[in-house]
Design a protein around this ligand. Structure first.
Ligand SMILES: Cc1cc2nc3c(=O)[nH]c(=O)nc-3n(C[C@H](O)[C@H](O)[C@H](O)COP(=O)(O)OP(=O)(O)OC[C@H]3O[C@@H](n4cnc5c(N)ncnc54)[C@H](O)[C@@H]3O)c2cc1C
Length: 453
């Protein structure tokens, strides 16, 4: 065992070694280091709104990411330990068997995760162990923002206008050169099997796969036409497909930003390369939006406290989730989501609009279902986008309704997407009474009511 200061690094949604500012910070401060990830199996059982926090697609991506992280750490003479159980009790148990002086992690951006981190800070303070958090999920730090967080612009456009002058201030990504040796010996990643053969389409979890995808995408001309292609429903190169690696922190947003700048230097900047940055600014906005509005981002009435005129019908929710609605385009989208864990931005907007407008559902159920199904689930971006579409968030127009026939004409004129994902409507009449006896519309009535609105 190495003498001197002993550190513990807790990975969460920062599953990479390079440009991991929190990992760099602890490596500079300790003589020996253990690296852990705490996997809570409870996340894989039904939670909010009958949906899981971690669905099967994400579980697989996470598993692959942990193995690649372990491989990457081994290049530095380190290894990853995976603890299984709730965060606080797992760390408590670990600390009973290991003497640790400093614990560091990336500052979590999710509201529940921040609450857990506060409990962890209290626990460590009781034990006399120093605890540090490093904020690193955004392009800018809070002190770089040209406004107080409480004065975050209510809409994206004024936010973007204030942020764009700061573009030159985005920090370069930082390389890790060496790491202190482990506090304890390596043991295999016990909590997970090594069977990572199966992966979804081309989305393979992990920091090495993330870098490989980043290099591959920017090794093509696709970024030069991104603005024209990004709304396509079903093409691998129409958009960057970087979101799963960004969401799990296999890639940092600064690494992606730098890659765009390098690309612009080599191939020339145009509207499309700008638009990639523009979309990363949407991500940035929703991350600060969550910090600003906290629990209101999850509330039915949203950030303005105005409840929408929607409700929850279990039957409608079931047909929407299963892709069994009267709307072929929506069915195709939900089938793709269920089978792959990924759908395009346009598809997300259409499916979300259908749930809140056509099926008049409580938007939070839709958001929770996306949380379960999306491979790239990001708490700030998902709930922020859902609020936007439901009209309880940052949309200056007070919500979006996508005309499904028009969307089909525009984005799937020959219905190839609908056929590929078997979206042909098979809607069954719905129950006419709900569980407590209130009359309910049939599916067909819901459609015509929706069309008249
Ligand atoms: C209802 C709804 C829910 C969503 N849930 C999520 C989610 O959980 N996780 C997630 O990463 N994205 C979410 N998005 C945003 C967007 O659909 C995805 O980021 C994008 O489709 C991912 O594909 P891409 O990486 O090819 O994106 P690209 O089009 O290549 O964009 C590059 C990056 O910019 C960011 N970005 C793109 N569009 C948006 C947007 N509308 N809002 C914020 N950031 C954006 C993402 O980080 C993305 O990887 C949601 C959108 C909607 C309408």
């Amino acid at each position: 065992m190495v003498a001197g200061k002993r550190g513990l690094f807790i990975f969460n949604r920062d599953l990479r070694v390079q440009d991991n500012l929190a990992l760099l910070a602890i490596c500079k401060q300790v003589d020996s280091l253990d690296c852990i990830y705490v996997h809570n199996p409870a996340q894989a059982s039904a939670d909010n709104y009958g949906c899981k926090q971690l669905g099967q697609h994400s579980q697989q991506f996470l598993l692959q990411s942990l193995h690649q992280l372990d491989n990457e750490l081994q290049l530095f003479g380190q290894h990853l330990k995976v603890l299984s159980g709730p965060l606080i009790s797992s760390i408590d148990n670990y600390l009973q068997h290991h003497q640790i002086d400093l614990v560091v992690q990336s500052a979590p951006y999710g509201t529940d995760e921040q609450r857990l981190a506060d409990s962890l800070a209290n626990k460590l303070s009781d034990l006399g162990i120093t605890y540090q958090q490093v904020w690193q999920h955004t392009l800018f730090s809070q002190t770089q923002l040209p406004f107080r967080l409480s004065a975050l612009p209510a809409h994206f456009t004024p936010f973007r206008q204030k942020i764009e002058p700061l573009f030159p201030d985005v920090a370069n990504s930082q390389a890790l050169i060496s790491m202190p040796p482990p506090v304890t010996k390596a043991s295999p990643l016990a909590a997970f099997s090594r069977d990572t053969k199966q992966h979804i389409q081309d989305f393979q979890g992990g920091c090495q796969a993330g870098i490989a995808h980043l290099v591959a995408y920017f090794g093509t001309d696709a970024p030069l036409t991104y603005k024209q292609t990004r709304d396509q429903l079903d093409s691998w190169t129409s958009s960057s497909k970087l979101s799963p690696w960004l969401a799990w922190g296999c890639l940092s947003v600064r690494q992606v930003w730098q890659q765009i700048l390098n690309y612009e230097q080599q191939k020339g900047a145009n509207q499309s390369t700008y638009w990639l940055k523009f979309e990363l600014l949407w991500r940035e906005y929703f991350h600060w939006y969550l910090q600003r509005h906290q629990h209101k981002v999850f509330g039915f009435s949203g950030i303005h406290g105005r409840a929408p005129l929607t409700t929850f019908h279990a039957d409608y929710f079931a047909i929407w989730c299963a892709g069994n609605t009267p709307y072929p385009l929506v069915n195709a989208i939900m089938h793709q989501l269920n089978q792959t864990g990924y759908i395009s931005n346009r598809a997300r907007q259409i499916a979300a609009s259908c749930w809140v407008n056509e099926l008049q559902g409580d938007w939070r159920y839709g958001a929770a279902y996306f949380q379960q199904q999306l491979l790239d689930y990001d708490v700030a971006v998902n709930w922020g986008n859902w609020q936007y579409i439901a009209g309880v968030g940052a949309d200056p127009r007070g919500g979006r309704r996508f005309d499904l026939e028009k969307q089909t004409r525009l984005y799937d004129p020959d219905e190839r997407y609908i056929r590929r994902w078997q979206g042909e409507a098979t809607c069954q009449p719905l129950a006419t009474r709900d569980a407590v006896g209130w009359p309910m519309q049939t599916c067909a009535e819901a459609v015509s009511a929706g069309n008249q609105a």
